[in-house]
Design a binder for this molecule. Structure first.
Ligand code: SF4
Ligand code: FE
Length: 490
């Protein structure tokens, strides 16, 4: 069953998810003005799947059930599926100008599916069967699953089992006949509050002594012992202002991150996908990170499309659109954005089947993709700010533009004065000009900058994580042989 966005939002109300913000428990988090934009964003991934023009991108035929499912729940069956995934993410980015959060689950499904297959092959365990049953339920019910990897990690100088506080990495505190008990936390979890379930993976490769930390499992968002602390964003309290609209820039959509705590949570055996097999932790991390680094070649490109459009509109509204340097800056932004897309498509096109049968992206190209994402969006934003002009951060508030307080010698209101002095090209109203400038402010340094800038830097792993993978996959020795052969060196 494909849920609609509205059905998805209603389904969240049935959960007993424990959410804390500003030191207090938020009872109605579904309608909270600071949280709701992130829920709206996820709802778009449901509604687009019902739109016939996007059916090819947004849906797929499940290899597990034969049913048509939302692509966010799909196991990629070909390189074509991998390409469609990136295109779907670009589309969702274009429609929300935000992080729509549902990809972490999709990327986790594909990584856990193939890794459990190989773990079972070595150990005769039943993780793959467990996971396949879990995923069938996810596909049939069309639910959102937060793929969770990042542990707090404490002192970066020492490993999981050498931390002063053992809880700084999620770990098993008790093995029972019927399951395990886990403790710890996952931090900056994208889309965790508005997910129905969580799929937990280890955060890094594990050594034999880190056995209790080599754990993967699924649990409902409102399982006993799970609670979340909402991560605030730059300028987020603007969303709490009465009738806030223009000043928000992106009123409808936004991302969301939270600290997710597992305070001795019991996980039945059927939802356990790794339990102490330390050598498979690294494989799981590498595959999940690879998929999520591919993802950024789609989602950030879609957001980039909206930013380029907004910058072009700002130029039109400022009356500067004919200047050659403006045109050139828009070309540069497009060039950078499409370069990111090239990488997303390339690592997909070079995808290959895993032993389990689902498709994995080319790891080197996916890491190059994400490494570029740690840089190009910053340049795109710099150019957008350049084109927009300083007014995007110095403009009076929406309330001033609408104020009826009389200030002028001829009875002009503050609103009249603002509209007079901030008018520009006759092609737009002053309010439209405000809207586009506030949108750019929001995405360059407001709450949406979390999703476009800092997430581009650190999401799916910080730049150094990609450089390590590039150095491992780059095969310098083979390149030396190429040079030797041509240079005549024996
Ligand atoms: Fe999806 Fe991009 Fe957000 Fe990751 S950062 S969850 S890939 S939209
Ligand atoms: Fe992300």
């Amino acid at each position: 069953m494909l849920m609609t966005g509205a059905q998805y939002i209603e389904s969240l109300r049935k959960l007993n998810t424990r959410v804390y913000m500003f030191g207090e428990k938020i009872e109605n988090w579904v309608d909270h003005p600071m949280i709701r934009p992130s829920i709206n964003c996820l709802a778009v991934t449901y509604d687009l799947a019902h739109d016939p023009q996007y059916a090819d991108l947004m849906t797929a035929k499940s290899n597990l059930t034969g049913e048509i499912i939302n692509r966010f729940g799909h196991l990629h069956q070909s390189a074509d599926d991998l390409r469609k995934k990136v295109k779907m993410q670009r589309l969702c980015g274009q429609k929300t100008a935000s992080c729509f959060q549902r990809c972490v689950g999709m990327d986790a499904f594909n990584a856990v599916f193939s890794t459990t297959f190989e773990t079972d092959k070595k150990y005769g365990s039943e993780y793959h069967k467990n996971f396949t049953e879990f995923l069938k339920m996810v596909q049939e019910e069309d639910i959102v699953v937060d793929g969770a990897m990042t542990d707090p990690k404490g002192d970066r100088g020492v490993g999981p089992s050498d931390q002063k506080d053992a809880d700084l990495f999620v770990h098993i505190v008790e093995q029972r006949e019927d399951g395990i008990v886990v403790r710890g936390a996952k931090c900056h979890q994208t889309g965790s509050i508005n997910s129905h379930w969580h799929l937990i993976m280890p955060t890094q490769a594990m050594r034999p002594e880190d056995k209790d930390y080599a754990v993967s499992f699924a649990c409902p968002s409102d399982a006993e012992g799970v609670y979340m602390v909402y991560g605030r964003q730059s300028c987020d309290t603007r969303k709490m202002e009465e009738n806030a609209d223009v000043d928000l820039g992106n009123k409808m959509f936004g991302g969301q991150e939270a600290l997710v705590v597992f305070d001795d949570v019991f996980i039945p055996n059927e939802y356990v996908f790794l339990n102490g097999e330390t050598e498979f932790a690294g494989m799981l991390v590498e595959r999940f990170a690879g998929y999520h680094r591919q993802s950024y070649g789609g989602c950030k490109v879609g957001v980039g499309d909206v930013i380029i459009g907004a910058a072009a509109l700002a130029a039109d509204y400022n009356g500067a659109n004919k200047a050659s340097h403006i045109k050139d800056k828009l070309i540069e932004m497009t060039h950078l954005n499409e370069t990111l897309y090239c990488c997303g498509i390339a690592c997909s096109a070079e995808g290959y089947p895993t032993e389990a049968g689902n498709y994995q992206i080319d790891l080197l190209l996916a890491n190059v993709c994400k490494q570029n994402v740690t840089r190009f969006p910053y340049e795109i934003v710099r150019l957008a700010e350049d084109i927009a002009g300083g007014l995007m951060v110095t403009m009076p508030s929406e309330k001033d533009f609408k104020s009826e307080t009389v200030v002028g010698r001829n009875g002009e209101t503050i609103g009249d004065i603002c509209n007079k002095y901030f008018a520009a090209s006759p092609v737009c109203t002053t309010e439209d000009r405000m809207r586009i400038l506030r949108f750019l402010e929001n995405i360059c340094l407001g709450s949406s900058a979390v999703g476009y800038r800092t997430e581009s830097m650190h999401g799916a792993g910080s730049p150094q994580a990609q450089r390590i993978m590039i150095s491992r996959q780059g095969n310098i020795n083979a390149k030396k042989e190429l040079a030797k052969a041509i240079a005549g060196i024996k």
